[in-house]
Design a protein around this ligand. Structure first.
Ligand code: DGJ
Length: 742
């Protein structure tokens, strides 16, 4: 059983296969955190010795026990204005002016299956795949009830957390902060590994020591953002890919978020994660409830790769939904870099014919097919086809694509509106604009006020009709600016602090309705590339366009950072033309292929502009991709190097260890190069692996590589040495398979 309560010590133990999480009802009913780490079957209530460290207050009822303070004991969900000066998890204000929160255990319950969060994306499970612990805390003076929810996923080594906050009083109260979770790590030194960036340079890994301060990552942009990702790792300073304690914390949330890490006076480290509290104020009427987004926690003592594997499996099996969660994704060709806004139906059909001839399965018509959108200044909101470009209408184009044997996809940006659009002319108040102020413009567009139910209803009806009549098989759901001017004409002044969260709830409602109504349509998330790459969006869109930067060398770092939390099948990765449109860099087609196979694979170019030789190469690429697709989608992704050396390497290993694809890309050309040596990982040491395929740039001297059969032990312990490769950005691809037992 995953969850156990020990009546004598008043301690809960939440067990997964390799981890244990413990908490205890302490003095006066305070909920104390005891332990989260390697699996153990003993209560750790002996661990935290009270100590008087001065200037840490004592609860009134314990005034003779100066050693006992909320400021020094590990907490499960820290209150505020009640003696714990560290990061708070919740801040409220009642109508009487009572502020802060002093929370004590009221009741608790263990349930089979996984809790659900109304209106928010969260992990799902069958009844026997997970258990739920619900602990209700209360602050009597404030008539506040806080339900802490824990979802225990035994096999995946994941514990999800969420919080529901209820006003049990007779007057409204205001939530000024409502975190999804708090995790105290009372002992040890920790590094923070997080993923920062900017447009076209998303999720760059940065590792920092947690010193005596607060480290804060987050977004106030109304989207999880290009700049920070709602995922971080706390690991031992000595932790490597292969060993060491690591905690992963990931929010299933796509709006403004905040993840703070504080080391306190006693050396204890606290993580608090949830909705960003700046500008947030939620009014709770008597009896009303507020749900905080889900926080996904995972722990391992086996290093960063093991942590990634647990999270990858969890996302694949408990976050991604719909038929494409487990089904191979079609190889797509997206027209954005092929044509930008310069296309019509004929050109699309010509690209489609060429693409089909190469083996592409899905043609995606990107931005520019609707309204009169010849550039990015107009028509968002008017989701009817531009008859100049598509005289026969969308249905006719989709039908023609289907007749060619292709699936058909279109680009949409439903959350936005252009000033030059019929929608804006009809409903100017539907845009986020502050009265008396000129709004900020982003990419010449305004954001719709999705905090308003009628806007969400309008969009869902309009999009449902569009999907119905057009028969498309795929939607690229884009979002090309961040929110500003948070003001909604529909909300009273004391509810304006709710808009950013209500906006993202509106996005989730829309996506929920459409994905349920059109279960066969593949939705791909996008926000100017990877500006909203998070587990919240993955609950609706099983793949997300990782970055607008399609340069394979720049992608190495972006995909490296993304891989810590998110599985390859969720990471949209396309082969584009060379020289690359974002960086101007020229790279070999094989290298672009190699990098794109580390994600949800596709193309982003005009196949008609390729040479006959390149077209033949792409035909083979697509055949190869299909033969490796089960391994790439369902196998485990192993980082073999970091992202800083002269080459970057990774491997995809089947979960039964029977086959392995090794990929290596040179970032720099070197004279008199050092040996290219790699140690593979995770193989069966006893088994013999046959090198069935090895691909190097032409001209590489592979004479010395005579050996074809290796034991897993040799490949892992001694490794493999590859021949030097010359030229700009070459790559090597090796495919190994366990020898058939005869
Ligand atoms: C941003 C996306 O990331 C691109 O791939 C493309 O769809 C453009 N928007 C279209 O405007």
């Amino acid at each position: 059983m995953g969850i156990a309560f020990d009546k004598i010590s008043q301690t809960w133990s939440l067990h997964t296969a390799d981890t244990s999480y413990q908490m205890q009802i302490g003095p006066l009913g305070y909920l104390l955190h005891l332990y989260y780490g390697r699996r153990l079957d003993e209560s750790t209530e002996y661990l935290h010795l009270p100590r008087d460290c001065g200037f840490s207050p004592n609860p009134y009822e314990l005034q003779d026990e100066r050693e006992w303070s909320l400021d020094t004991m590990p907490q499960e969900y820290s209150g505020s204005n009640c003696g714990d000066y560290r990061l708070s998890s919740i801040r409220i204000e009642t109508a009487d002016g009572i502020s802060g929160a002093d929370l004590r255990v009221k009741s608790w319950e263990i349930r089979r299956g996984k809790y659900e969060l109304e209106g928010l994306p969260s992990a799902y499970a069958r009844e026997d795949d997970a258990e739920t612990l619900s602990v209700i805390l209360q602050d009597e003076a404030a008539a506040l009830e806080v339900e802490l929810l824990y979802g225990v996923f035994y096999k995946q080594n994941v514990i999800t957390r969420a919080v529901r906050i209820t006003n049990r009083g007779s007057a409204p109260l205001y939530l000024d902060k409502a975190a999804s979770g708090c995790l105290d790590l009372p002992f040890g030194e920790w590094d923070l590994l997080h993923f920062h960036g900017r447009y076209a340079v998303e999720r760059q890994a940065e590792r920092l020591p947690v010193g005596n301060s607060v480290l804060s990552i987050g977004s106030k942009r109304g989207a999880s953002s290009h700049q920070h990702n709602p995922f971080l790792i706390l690991c031992e300073p000595s932790a490597t890919e292969d060993s060491g304690e690591c905690y992963g914390a990931m929010l299933a949330y796509s709006g403004s978020f905040r993840m703070d890490v504080e080391k306190d006076q006693g050396g204890s480290v606290r993580l608090v994660a949830g909705i960003h509290d700046e500008g947030f104020r939620w009014k709770l009427e008597p009896g009303a409830q507020f749900s905080c987004p889900e926080l996904i926690l995972s722990y391992t003592h086996r290093g960063l790769t093991a942590l990634s594997h647990d999270l990858h499996r969890f996302i694949r099996e408990h976050i991604c939904r719909g038929i494409y969660a487990s089904r191979p994704r079609p190889v797509l060709l997206n027209t954005w870099e092929a044509a930008y806004f310069d296309f019509d139906g004929e050109k699309i059909l010509r690209i489609a014919k060429d693409a089909k001839d190469l083996g592409v399965e899905l043609l995606v018509m990107d931005d520019g097919w609707f309204g009169h959108r010849d550039d990015d200044r107009t028509s968002l909101g008017d989701w009817t086809e531009d008859s100049r470009k598509l005289p026969g209408g969308l249905e006719s184009l989709v039908e023609k694509l289907h007749m060619m044997g292709l699936k058909a996809g279109i680009w949409l940006e439903p959350e936005m509106v252009s000033e030059d659009s019929d929608l804006y002319r009809k409903h100017p108040d539907w845009a986020l604009i502050m009265p008396g102020r000129k709004p900020q413009i982003g990419r010449s567009q305004l954001a719709l006020d999705l905090s308003r139910p009628e806007v969400v209803d309008y969009l869902s009806e309009m999009l449902s009709a569009l999907l119905q009549r057009s028969g498309v098989d795929y939607i690229k759901w884009d979002m090309n600016r961040n929110l500003t001017d948070l003001y909604s004409s529909e909300l009273p002044p004391d509810r304006q602090g709710e808009i950013a969260h209500r906006y993202i709830l509106g996005v989730y409602t829309l996506l929920d309705r459409l994905t349920r109504e059109f279960p066969r349509v593949l939705f791909e998330g996008c926000a100017g590339g990877g500006g909203r790459f998070d587990a919240g969006m993955l609950a609706y869109c099983p793949q997300i366009w990782c970055s607008d930067n399609t340069d394979p060398i720049a992608r190495l770092n972006i995909q490296y950072g993304t891989s810590f939390g998110y599985p390859p099948a969720t990471i949209g990765a396309h082969i584009s033309a060379s020289p690359n449109h974002q960086t101007g860099r020229t790279t070999p087609l094989e290298t672009r292929f190699c990098v794109a196979t580390a994600g949800a694979f596709g193309y982003e170019l005009d196949p008609g502009k390729l040479s006959t030789e390149e077209q033949e190469t792409i035909r083979k690429q697509i055949r190869d991709y299909h033969s490796w697709q089960p391994l790439l989608d369902k196998g485990d992704y192993w980082r073999l190097t970091d992202d800083r050396g002269s080459f970057v390497a990774w491997q995809n290993l089947a979960s039964d260890r029977s086959e392995c694809l090794v990929s290596l890309v040179m970032r720099e050309a070197e004279a008199n190069p050092r040996p290219l040596h790699l140690r593979l990982k995770g193989l069966d040491p006893e088994a013999v692996y046959v090198l069935e395929e090895q691909r190097f740039p032409s001209g590489t001297d592979i004479k010395a590589m005579k050996k074809r059969c290796f034991t897993g032990a040799a490949l892992m312990y001694a490794g493999i040495t590859l021949p030097a490769m010359r030229g700009d950005y070459p790559c090597a691809i090796l495919y190994l398979k366990i020898q058939d037992e005869k």
